[in-house]
Each structure stands twice: as structure tokens, then as C-alpha cells.
Write a new protein. Sequence first.
Length: 269
Amino acid sequence: MSSYHPPAGPPTRNGEPRHNGHSHGSDGSHSYDSYEGSYEDWAARSRLVVTPIAAPSILGLFGFAGATFMVASNLAGWWGNSLLSPVIIAPFAIFFGGLAQLLAGMWSYRARDGVATAMHGTWGAFWLAWGMTALMAANGLLPPNVFTTQAFGFWWIVLAVVTLFGALAALAENMALFLVLILLAAGSSLLAAGLISPSSDLVNAAGWVLVAASAAAFYTAGAMMLKSAFKGRVILPVGEWSMRGNLPGHRAVRPISYPMGEPGTKVGQ
């Protein structure tokens, strides 16, 4: 009776065949304890199968930018009032800033992007809660001035802290994302201070800073979408640490990445 023996591993540095890594116990079981190869040899022979996906932050940043612009421009005094306007914005914030962005945060898990997962997850959940609060106020379940209370100001303290850590982490990716998050953290801090003080001037200033954050988010999402559409070529620079990654028309590809560079084939977006 013939028997099958797994092929031997790669040769050792002195050219001798390497043990195949299998040993048989008295019960016929297999053991890998006797494997003689180095970690580098093991890593060189390992394979990881991943599924490429589109960059989730394209949707996430557009959703964040849209909802934030609507609310921030109202806070800055560009239009509307503090009672009726939130009710009108609520469906837009729930579905675009909330649901769409939360989904982008969950898809960021697939892209192995911890910063995007945390930021889109946090702000997507916030906009869902914000929209629900607006609808509850409109139906008399909460006071109509709920968005101007000190209690609501404490929401923004939490958001400011989480977003500040996201901004620091974004420094490892690119300056455009850092700008979005640092402006967002600053605007959240101003709004928290304005609601808790209370101070209408601080609330108005927060609106302007948050409008700037939404503009930066529109730019960053647009740059990512154009790069995706043009097969990885830079159209609008986002301030990457690699100089080549900021030159319009060039394609910045890491050697270990799939040439198209889709999220899922590498860590991040």
C-alpha cells in the first residue's frame, strides 16, 4: 500500500532539505511542533485572500459633509431658525449623514481602516441620534428647545474628544483628513462651550468652523472619488506623506499592493 507524504519545505540556508513540518504522534495525529523553519520562511509561504472594495470613506465623508453643512450653516445664522429648521433637516441627516455614514464605517472594517471605522461609526451614530431627537421634539416628546440646552452641549464634549483622537491618528494618513477632523474637533468644542455657558457668539463661531470642516470633507471625498475613477491617479492632492502621492496625474502605488490599490487588498483606503 502506498502512502502520501507532504513535500518538504524550502531548503535551509546551507542547502539541505528542510523538514516538512509534520510529525506523527502515537495516535496518528499531526503536529507542527517540530517545524524547523524560521518565521521569515513561514511568512514567505503564507497566503492571505482578501476581497477588494471601493473606498468606504467616499460615501462616509460625503454623508458627513452634507449633514454637517446643513446644520452648521443654520448655527452660523445663514438661514432658518433653531426650532423649525432641525425638523426639516432631520430626514436628510438621518439617512445621509446617519445611515449612509454608519454603513461606510462598517464597510471600513473590510478595508482594515481603524480611523475611518471609528470616525464614520461615531458620526454616523450621532447623526441618527440627532435626527431622532429632532423628530421627537417635533412630536412633543422632548422640549422644542432641546438643541439649545446645556445637556445637549455635553454631547459635543464626547464628540470633540473622540474626534480629536481621530485627527491625531489621521496624521499617519494624509493632511486632508487631518484637516477635516481637527476642524471638526474644534467646532465641536466651541459648540459645547457655547451651549453650556451659554453663549450665542460661541455657537455662531462653532457654526462657521463646522462649515469649514464640511468644506474640507467635500474636498477630501471628491479627491478620493476622482482618484478611484481615474484608476489610482492623483487628480486633487490630499497631502500624503509621499511626494509622488501629491502630484496630479501620477499614480502612487506601494509595491506590496495590488496595482489598482483597492481597499481590502491593503490596509486602509
